[in-house]
Design a protein around this ligand. Sequence first.
Ligand code: AMP
Length: 170
Amino acid sequence: MKAWIALGSNLNNPRQQIKDACNEIAMLEKVQFISGSKIYLSSPIGPQDQDDFINGCIVVETQLEPIDLLNALQKIEQTHHRTRERHWGPRTLDLDIIMIDNLVINSPRLTVPHPLCKERLFVLLPLLDIEKNNNVELILFNKKLPYWINLIHDQILHTSDNEYLTALTF
Ligand code: AMP
């Protein structure tokens, strides 16, 4: 199965947090890194008295069950000493499963596709990068990505360079 994963951080050298997380995901058992988006900078949603976020998305091939993928990603979040003092507050690493093939999952711990992803430019634009990299059109909640992107008017996203998320291969 293919899984699209969104990464975000705004604490403790966020760019490095995201790059390290990519390598750690790529090194998981039964997970193979396919490709990554550009690296983006976004203003926080919710409390504004915190640093900007670094965001990006990757797509991996995995033989893990969805819940085991979530478990593995949550372990990685924990090793980054993720702190969650308040809702939508600063975080060292946030990993969200955006899509897994065309699966629809509504279990207590896992909702796929991720319900908020279509409202967030910092997820949609990275997904568009991945779409372009792989030449495969993504369908999210029955619509192509530009449909959702065109509905968003209030979010600004910066990308400072043409650096793509990638993973070290050993
Ligand atoms: P967050 O604060 O966004 O990191 O939310 C973490 C919680 O969301 C965890 O308790 C997960 O079990 C739950 N969750 C539900 N769906 C997803 C998903 N698609 N990806 C990641 N976490 C999810």
